[in-house]
Ligand binder design. Structure first.
Ligand code: SF4
Ligand code: SF4
Length: 308
């Protein structure tokens, strides 16, 4: 239940991309900044703290973003096997060893499928190991892949379908009445989440709703309690928030913020105009936070919450 930036988010994903670009830009400047030498001027401290906040935020969004909504619905899969969780070859041994140490049979937890027989939606992903990990093992000269099993006696409750989280730019996800829960899911929680053999696609997946709500939480706009609100409400708020991310007004606000930050860094490197650039940056930061709150207010009002 984690972040997969492969998803086609409308606005928030693009925003994250611009932040990654900024981080890369700053990384390129770092040797030059180090040549100038660290000092304890306000400008230097501002540059350093802006960079650290940016880096931390991206780390939380992309690499350490546990889903606090934790509905467990991304762990239900359809009967037609169009959505299945493959297990990387290098995780299989750990998985098997762990199951055997609990007197469980690995074959009750993973199933073997031939690459050539996979659903057309799955096959290309599995065949591109550079992007997704190495899954293919050879059995009898055939390309085979291990997938997690589902529990046949635990179908998805119909009533939960209406509240399923959104995917891909706010579209409906794969869930239907025929879906069954992953063999490792218990009480909507993954029992192997913190192990070394959790499949990479589980570790990296985050639905659209979880992704956006996570960012709003990192900004301090919503609390942990808000994340427990009904999924129907969270979906709507996430969808509205993503439209804000995609809006020209928000993009303009962000572009200007990047510009004043870059000006500050360049002035620092040149050694002149630093005081003016620093003031311009600090003034813009105030405006940025006020305007950002205003822009997201309507989306947050759907959760009956106000940006703090
Ligand atoms: S909100 Fe999304 S990512 Fe989080 S548990 Fe539910 S379906 Fe999975
Ligand atoms: S292994 Fe865990 S995270 Fe992955 S589908 Fe199963 S229950 Fe969900």
């Amino acid at each position: 239940m984690k972040t997969n930036i492969d998803c086609d988010y409308l606005g928030a994903e693009k925003w994250v991309e611009t932040k990654l670009d900024l981080l890369n830009w700053f990384d390129e400047k770092t040797p030059a900044i180090n040549n100038v030498g660290r000092d304890y001027s306000k400008a230097y401290q501002t540059i350093e703290s802006h960079y650290m906040v940016l880096e931390r935020m991206l780390f939380e969004i992309l690499w350490r973003s546990d889903c606090e909504i934790a509905c467990g619905l991304c762990c239900f899969f359809p009967d037609d096997e169009s959505v299945m969780v493959p297990v990387e070859k290098n995780r299989l041994k750990g998985l098997r060893d762990s199951l055997r140490s609990q007197n469980k049979k690995p074959e009750d937890y993973v199933k073997l499928r031939m690459l050539s027989e996979l659903h057309p939606q799955i096959r290309p992903k599995i065949s591109a190991p550079k992007k997704t990990g190495d899954f293919i093992t050879q059995h009898g000269g055939l390309d085979m892949i291990y997938f997690l099993r589902t529990k046949p006696v635990f179908p998805l409750d119909k009533s939960r379908l209406k509240e399923a989280p959104l995917l891909r730019g706010g579209s409906k996800n794969w869930l239907d009445e025929g879906c069954r829960q992953c063999v490792f899911l218990e009480d909507d929680a993954c029992t192997v989440y913190d192990t070394d053999f959790i499949p990479g696609s589980c570790k990296n997946f985050m639905c659209f709703t979880g992704f956006i709500i996570n960012i709003l939480g990192l900004w301090g706009f919503i609390s942990r309690k808000d994340k427990g609100k009904p999924l129907k409400v969270l979906n709507k708020a996430a969808f509205e928030a993503d439209l804000v991310f995609a809006s020209p007004r928000f993009k303009e606000l962000e572009e200007q913020r990047q510009l004043v930050f870059k000006n500050l860094v360049e002035s620092y490197l040149k050694g002149f105009g630093v005081a003016e650039s620093h003031k311009a940056f600090e003034d813009y930061e105030q405006k940025y936070f006020i305007d950002r709150k205003k822009l997201f207010k309507p989306a947050l009002s759907l959760l009956n919450t106000q940006p703090r």
